[in-house]
Write a protein that binds this ligand. Structure first.
Ligand code: TYD
Ligand code: MG
Length: 466
């Protein structure tokens, strides 16, 4: 009988080694090597394994790649499959690319299965195969019934975890789109280690990848996330797929954000926003309105910042609470905004605007559970802190968009035009921006929105609080 071959794999980065090692030479993690069987004694590919014609020995379509001049390469514009979900189309960079493989990661219970089922049900013109290794048919049916639009005669459910069986069904059914929920529950008979192990995840992904590339059928893979937020399985998984999306949000809040981590067919700074309702996920096409909806005009410690996520302008509420410190070391705490950056802004306020914050606790929060890192929020953060410190509210129709430098200068921000347009659309009357954002900003006053082009932060504070 042939020998069973095993290898040791780093569970963190997927590196392999013939023997066990304590510390992974590739990623530096300790004690991550686990032995996995890579080849069964009788590893003949089972029937139903996806075998592209070009790899079959003697296959007629076998093609030898040759170098081609870039100028001579023919290409048509990738036709995209527009899903009925505008938010998903946006994060994918304008729709689903045929033959692409998309990985959607997220914490348990965040709504990955809901989102995928909803999309499967909404693709009315297509034959969709939804493969679930996690739930039973009845469970999926129940979920579909909860969804607002739970009817689609062309949506097929398959509860199966063996890739060989899945491909056998795919061969018969010829779907237009395949959803796999989730890649960690799949297993291939070519590899013997348990489902979810590095070699299984890699093998199964490779099989789906080959299938997608050969047939042009897009495959959507759901992936689990580990404790520290990375997609479970080797990092190599993220390299293999075309697009990695992350579905995130606070489980206690109803907003969910779909973020692009990697995209071979578009920008990675895109953002889709959903709201989890009793009837599934609802697309939020105008997020600023929701983010600002709970605003009471005359409260101190609030400032509106005009930020940009991807190509999308958002007006968000920055909330600060500044209170005298009760213990020796004052606390600084920040939710949704970089804590280091907050420290820096507080230092700038001390030094350049003469505020005494050393004896105060400072708490900062971005409303709506968003996590933002746009430096254009700096001015709004400073304004909110000062507003809370002095207990002086800022008028509700004022917003800010400028980075604050270490010398207390207001720095220009990219794509101000879009931020201005959004503020104007939402009925703001006044917007503070950096003078360096354009020479003749002040003259460009738009209907109803006054642009205050300022060069230093203390001028802004002077103008807001007197
Ligand atoms: P689910 O899609 O099962 O999450 P994942 O696949 O990421 O683990 O998420 C289900 C959660 O969403 C569950 O806690 C219930 C909630 N939910 C709703 O609030 N409304 C709905 O219509 C559905 C289907 C689920
Ligand atoms: Mg699920």
């Amino acid at each position: 009988m042939a020998k069973v071959r095993t290898m040791f794999f780093c569970q963190s980065c997927g590196a392999q080694s013939a023997k066990w090692i304590g510390r992974c030479p590739s990623c530096g993690e300790w004690n991550t090597y686990v032995e996995e069987v890579i080849e069964k004694a009788d590893a003949t590919p089972a029937a139903g394994t996806w075998k592209p014609a070009s790899t079959v020995p003697g296959g007629s379509t076998k093609r030898v790649a040759k170098p081609t001049r870039l100028a001579e390469i023919q290409h048509e514009d990738e036709p995209r499959i527009l899903t009925p979900d505008a938010e998903l189309n946006r994060v994918l960079g304008g729709g689903l690319v045929p033959g692409s493989i998309v990985l959607i990661g997220g914490e348990p219970g965040i709504g990955k299965s809901t989102l995928m089922l909803q999309i499967a049900l909404a693709l009315k013109q297509m034959k969709v195969l939804y493969v679930s290794g996690e739930e039973s048919e009845a469970q999926i049916k129940m979920r579909a019934e909860r969804l607002a639009d739970g009817q689609h005669p062309g949506c097929y459910i398959l509860t199966e975890t063996s890739t060989q069986n899945i491909f056998r069904q795919i061969d018969q059914m010829q779907p237009n789109i395949v959803v796999i929920d989730s890649i960690q529950t799949m297993h291939s008979t070519l590899v013997e280690s348990g489902a979810g192990s590095v070699s299984q995840v890699r093998e199964c992904t490779a099989e789906f990848l080959k299938y997608a590339k050969e047939t042009g059928v897009p495959v959507l893979l759901i992936g689990h996330i580990t404790k520290d937020g990375a997609i479970a399985g080797p990092k190599i998984l993220e390299h293999m797929v075309d697009t990695v999306l992350q579905f995130e949000g606070d489980r206690h809040l109803s907003y969910r954000i779909l973020r692009t981590i990697k995209n071979r067919f578009g920008s990675t700074s895109e953002l889709g926003i959903y709201e989890m309702q009793g009837t599934g996920l609802r697309q939020v096409s105008n997020p600023s309105e929701i983010l600002l909806s709970q605003r009471a005009e005359s409260l101190s410690g609030m400032a509106i910042g005009a930020t940009l996520e991807g190509n999308r302008p958002l007006l968000v509420e920055v909330q600060a609470l500044v209170t005298p410190a009760t213990y020796g070391t004052p606390q600084r705490s920040s939710t949704g905004f970089d804590a280091k950056r907050l420290q820096m802004l507080l230092a700038v306020l001390e030094k350049r605007a003469g505020l005494r914050l050393g004896q105060h606790d400072v708490f900062l929060n971005i409303a709506g559970g968003l996590r933002l890192d746009d430096p254009a929020l700096d001015a709004a953060v400073c304004a909110a802190v000062v507003s809370s410190l002095n207990d002086l509210p800022i008028a509700g129709d004022v917003c800010l968009a400028a980075e604050v430098g270490l010398s207390g200068e207001m720095r220009a921000v990219p794509r101000l035009e879009q931020r201005l347009a959004e503020a104007q659309k939402l009925g703001f009357r006044e917007m503070y921006v950096s003078q360096f954002n354009g020479r003749n900003l002040a003259e460009q006053d738009r209907a109803g929105l006054r642009i205050q082009a300022v060069s230093r932060l203390d001028e802004v504070l002077q103008s807001l609080f007197g």
